[in-house]
Design a binder for this molecule. Structure first.
Ligand SMILES: Nc1ncnc2c1ncn2[C@@H]1O[C@H](COP(=O)(O)OP(=O)(O)OP(=O)(O)O)[C@@H](O)[C@H]1O
Ligand code: SF4
Ligand SMILES: [Mg+2]
Length: 340
């Protein structure tokens, strides 16, 4: 990013209200691979495997990890845009994975998503008014003339003009399209939003503007967010806490500040060592992660990170490290406490 996004709140250690809005327990998503004449399941892509965490009301939690670590799959499974294979997703105390279609309706309004690619996620044959109004229609919100007023107000709030509602997606730049995507997500007044790498498809020169817009809206509306990102600098600015994922599993969870200054998991240490540091007071040795992320069809036994971990010992092949609290609010899934 060329311009660092502003950070008005700093990193809050705990959820703003201390009240849990989302609780994910042992979430699992396997994609079956079929083969042979009878199209039997011959293997599974273990995209998300035993993932657990909580998000407080009003809190912004980052989800980071290399490509293929399962971030999008986790985000979409939580919203039930894809069906989880196992585990619980408690929203305000209700396990939404057990709800039928009609019971799920109210929760769909409460839980929205901003997609990564604003080119692919907006239907090119729909006007902006139809794109933003679609969910309002489904949930029967702002009927009649109020609908147009609502769409105008949303467009203005995301930095576009009311007359833009009559245009089609191809008439807008990438940044403007993502603003439309943001307006669509917020149209139905959700309380929880998954932002799946909302700026990574955009020009670097406009990423900061869109991040700032999301941050302003989050604060203004008191939104709870799961903010998926590659860019650790963005995560540090916008998130209260960060979850680090690798090969479908959670490696570490801590407040942003703690994670950046005192990482406790070897994978986090390696990820951070590769990221540019704006603060010259912090010095880091660059750790090169050798090789690619292994296949989630056949992940390594024991600790899934062991094939690339510079601290691996024989036990790491036998023990699946549990996510344990190493200091208040700081969790890691690694059997060694003597290295970091
Ligand atoms: N529909 C699918 N069928 C089979 N495998 C899938 C499917 N969707 C995702 N996967 C696999 O699941 C794993 C996790 O993918 P996912 O897209 O969740 O990762 P990610 O962390 O979001 O990566 P990126 O940073 O590239 O967006 C990958 O190995 C991916 O190939
Ligand atoms: S459990 Fe072993 S392989 Fe895994 S991160 Fe810790 S030291 Fe590395
Ligand atoms: Mg993704």
């Amino acid at each position: 990013m060329t311009t660092a996004p502003h950070n008005k709140t700093g990193n809050r250690a705990m959820p703003a209200t201390g009240e849990t809005l989302l609780e994910v327990n042992n979430l699992q998503k396997y994609f079956p691979i079929r083969g042979g004449l009878l199209s039997r399941v011959v293997a599974n892509v273990k995209a998300v495997n035993d993932v657990s965490f909580k998000v407080g009301r009003g809190e912004v939690v980052g989800l980071v990890g290399e490509s293929g670590s399962g971030k999008t799959t986790a985000g979409r499974s939580i919203l039930r845009l894809i069906e989880p294979s196992g585990g619980q997703v408690l929203f305000n105390g209700t396990d939404i994975t057990k709800l039928g279609k009609s019971q799920m309706r109210d929760y769909r309004r409460e839980m929205q998503i901003i997609f990564q690619d604003p080119f692919a996620s907006l239907n090119p044959r729909m006007t902006v008014a139809d794109i933003i109004g679609e969910a309002l229609q489904i949930h029967n919100l702002y009927p009649g003339k109020d609908r147009v007023d609502r769409i105008s107000q949303l467009l203005e709030r995301v930095g576009l003009r009311p007359e833009h509602m009559r245009r089609y997606p191809h008439e807008f730049s990438g940044g403007q399209r993502q603003r439309i995507g943001i307006a669509r997500a917020l149209a139905v007044d959700p309380s929880f939003v998954v932002a799946d790498e909302p700026v990574s498809a955009l020009d670097v020169s406009i990423q900061a503007q869109v991040v700032n817009l999301i941050q302003d809206l989050q604060e203004e509306l008191g939104l709870t967010m799961l903010f998926i990102a590659h860019d650790l600098a963005v995560v540090e600015y916008i998130c209260d806490r960060v979850i680090v994922m690798y090969l479908g599993r959670v490696m570490e969870i801590a407040t942003s500040r703690e994670l950046y200054t005192n990482p406790k998991h070897p994978y986090t240490e390696a990820l951070l060592s590769a990221a540019p540091i704006p603060d010259p007071a912090i010095k880091r040795k660059r750790i090169i992660l050798e090789g690619d992320i292994p296949s989630p069809i056949n992940p390594p036994s024991g600790c899934v990170f062991r094939t690339r971990c510079r601290y691996a010992i024989p036990d790491c092949a036998n023990i699946v490290p549990e996510l344990r609290e190493v200091s208040p609010g700081h969790f890691k899934a690694c059997i060694r406490d003597d290295v970091l």
